[in-house]
Design a protein around this ligand. Structure first.
Ligand code: NAG
Ligand code: NAG
Ligand code: NAG
Length: 389
């Protein structure tokens, strides 16, 4: 059996070696991935290391500080953002408890596992819990001070991730503003970000905007396909996709609070491959287009219209479908991969003609770059499976 698969695999392997460079580089060029684990059927962390290695993915975000994952990735070249859960925020105001947490969850893994950032709390301002909101900044400050005391603040930064809902206005981007009622929390938070030079992280899902308003929001605009786009009347800048408009709305909101020195990054974005009947647009085709076209933008090191020189910085959500996530069907179907390592859909690199994406494999070799990339992906995925089993 092994020798048969070797025989079959060899030609593919050779093709992979000669063709797949481009697709590996798309991941290699810096896209990160969210490794969520709300599931009871995921492969072991050591198998995940092989999967990510074969895809050349070198940036991973965790929602906790799972020691099994951090251990499995020791001596890998993967940079980790780890999570300090919302349930610990109150405790983290206490310097002793913050130090204990770091000594227990971070220090044992350094430097062999590359932990580059601690994300203190996730979407805290969506919680509607004033105590939690009030704890966020003191917790971040205490964790940062602890890192300073331990001499780790140069290698490990502190930040947090927000839902895009913290904006009271996001359209047009030049009118972006935080919700009025959050200003008292966000102003000192931004001052802190500026002081420690930490990026401002946003979880942004153009899919939500489309799902809520499929008749008004252009699918091409949210999927990075060719479309008219929109021109911001405030700046004259032209937007051809919603994600960039969302990022620039956040820049405007930050600027309105007096800061032009804080980088906005995307800690989560993605598109579900499946949803309930009322979750319009949740299909494998759209998910493949969204993620594939986004990766192409990343490969081109694009910036947004307002920040053309700052390449977008993205962690895609998510690595696996997570079968235990509560909520609508879409919540359990954001993964690029099933737990068995099979990809859920093809990542369509070209968006202009959806037909290409799903039929290119049957066509003979085309000279266009997109088809080449597509074929590379096919071979790449084949290789991943063969190694992975
Ligand atoms: C993998 O990614 C790194 C950057 O993270 C890049 O330098 C390298 O060329 C990539 N490897 C391949 C085979 O594309
Ligand atoms: C969408 O459909 C699901 C399943 O049929 C249902 O449980 C849910 O309440 C619906 N949501 C809305 C907003 O109508
Ligand atoms: C992997 O899991 C998916 C979803 O359950 C299934 O459709 C697919 O056939 C499985 N692939 C293999 C190789 O077992």
């Amino acid at each position: 059996m092994a020798s048969w698969s070797l025989l079959f695999g060899l030609p593919f392997l050779l093709l992979t070696l000669s063709l797949s460079g481009s697709i590996i580089q798309i991941f290699g060029l810096g896209v990160g991935i969210n490794y969520g684990q709300i599931a009871n059927n995921l492969p072991s962390p050591s198998r995940v290391t092989s999967l990510l290695e074969s895809l050349n993915i070198s940036r991973v975000k965790l929602y906790d500080a799972d020691p099994n994952v951090l251990l499995a990735f020791s001596n890998s070249n993967v940079d980790f953002i780890i999570g300090l859960g919302n349930e610990y925020l109150a405790d983290m105001r206490d310097p002793i408890k913050a130090q204990n947490w770091i000594q227990q969850h971070v220090q044992p893994h350094l430097p062999q596992t590359r932990i580059t950032s601690i994300l203190v709390g996730n979407e805290i301002f969506k919680s509607n819990d004033p105590q939690l909101m009030a704890n966020l900044l003191p917790a971040m400050q205490t964790v940062h001070n602890t890192l300073v005391n331990l001499g780790l603040d140069k290698q490990v930064t502190v930040t947090t991730a927000h839902s895009l809902d913290i904006l009271g206005n996001s359209y047009p981007p030049s009118a972006g503003a935080f919700s009025q009622d959050l200003a008292e929390y966000i102003q000192p938070l931004l001052d802190f970000h500026s002081r420690i030079d930490a990026p401002f992280l946003i979880n942004a899902y153009p899919y939500f905007a489309y799902k809520d308003n499929p008749n008004q929001v252009s699918l091409d605009y949210v999927l990075f396909r060719s479309n008219q786009g929109m021109t911001d009347p405030g700046t004259g800048l032209h937007y051809d996709n919603m994600l960039y408009a969302q990022i620039d709305a956040v820049y405007t909101a930050i600027k309105a609070m007096g800061h032009t020195d804080i980088e906005v990054r995307i800690s989560e974005t993605g598109w579900p491959s499946k949803g309930d009947e009322n979750e319009t647009g949740a299909t494998p085709e759209n998910a493949g287009l969204y993620n594939g076209n986004l990766m192409q933008r990343i490969q081109q090191k694009q910036g947004t219209p307002a920040k053309p020189l700052v390449p977008i910085d993205i962690h895609v959500f998510a690595l696996f479908n997570e079968n235990l996530k509560p909520g609508p069907t879409s919540e359990r179907n954001y993964g690029l991969f099933y737990p068995n390592g099979t990809s859920v859909y093809n990542i369509g690199i070209q968006g202009r003609d959806p037909d290409i994406v799903f039929s290119a494999a049957k066509k003979t070799v085309r000279s266009s770059m997109s088809s080449l990339l597509y074929l590379c992906l096919q071979f790449q995925i084949f290789l991943v499976f063969s190694l992975y089993r």
